[in-house]
Design a protein around this ligand. Sequence first.
Ligand SMILES: C=CC1=C(C)c2cc3[nH]c(cc4nc(cc5[nH]c(cc1n2)c(C)c5CCC(=O)O)C(CCC(=O)O)=C4C)c(C)c3C=C
Ligand SMILES: [Fe+2]
Ligand SMILES: [Fe+2]
Length: 341
Amino acid sequence: MKKGILLVNLGSPDSPEPKDVKRYLGEFLMDERVIDIPFLARTALVKGIILKTRPKASAAAYKKIWWDEGSPLIVISERLQHGIQQQVEAPVALAMRYGSMTIKKGLQELVDQGVEEVLLFPLYPQFAMATTETITVLAEALRQEFFPKLKIESVPAFYNKPDYIAVLSDSIKNHLADKKVDHLLFSYHGVPERHIRKSDVTKSHCKIDGSCCATPSKAHEFCYRHQCLEVTRLVAEKLNLDEGTYSTSFQSRLGFDPWLLPYTDRTIERLGKDGIKNMAIVTPAFVSDCLETLEEIAMEGQEIFHEMGGQAFTTVPCLNDDKPFVDLLSNWINTWLMPTT
Ligand SMILES: C=CC1=C(C)c2cc3[nH]c(cc4nc(cc5[nH]c(cc1n2)c(C)c5CCC(=O)O)C(CCC(=O)O)=C4C)c(C)c3C=C
Ligand SMILES: [Fe+2]
Ligand SMILES: [Fe+2]
């Protein structure tokens, strides 16, 4: 069987203009795994409230970070795709869960090259309904409707793979080598607490308290909070970080539901107030720099820190198309292409 690879990232609007941002946000937020309330309520919330105001504000934020070549997230994902393609003999395609570079087009591109078996690679280290799950569910629905002969295998969340932790830790170490850092904050994209409970396969483990995520459970295979806390723990262990010099927080909340705590903006504020002068921040829920890292963290986060009396605010870039990350993903893909018997 001829094999091919489909890398899938989140997506971006076609341009930072409000009309394109509105179309993109409409598709994104109408996903039942992103805003997980009944269809009519979701439609009323998204179309009746959010899309009336947010596109203008989001477009202004996108304009601040947009590159000449396009959306950073898409340009970086394309560079990653090309880097991997140089190390892998099978065709490597790229798609986005939302926006114009659809998963359907990506699968079609591979099928047109004679591919019969696809490795679907969601570019997310941690599992979430709004990330890995929405990609795999949509790909399967498309397979059934348009590509019934295609075989699709998905790459699960890779948050605790030792080689991933090594690449992430090295990247942090290298970026902070000549910096004085009093506190390193690991900031992950937030999700509503309800998402964690819904993904709990045991239906009883996740209490979202101080201890559930540290107590071994089958639930952790699909627990975003556990997987984020594990990344922090494993990197801290690898880098020999002292207790109290690092912490975890969750960014980008939307709406009034309780989201995972602590929030990143409040944490940055508190660190400044507590007298931390030099902080660094790393964002391991994203493999590619994007609006949430380049604007919300590098611009807004820095401003909050300075307002609270902080001095040096260093952002560690995402792994992007760094050679060690390209090598890592290429190795995993090559292992899939040539399984040892
Ligand atoms: C209910 C809302 C949202 C959930 C749940 C959510 C989960 C989630 N998102 C990412 C990764 C990214 N999100 C990005 C932007 C973004 N996210 C939301 C909302 C939810 N995300 C919105 C409304 C936006 C748009 C921007 C805005 O208006 O503020 C991005 C950046 C995209 C880009 O073009 O650069 C990424 C990446 C993860 C990993 C995640 C769950 C774990
Ligand atoms: Fe998001
Ligand atoms: Fe948990």
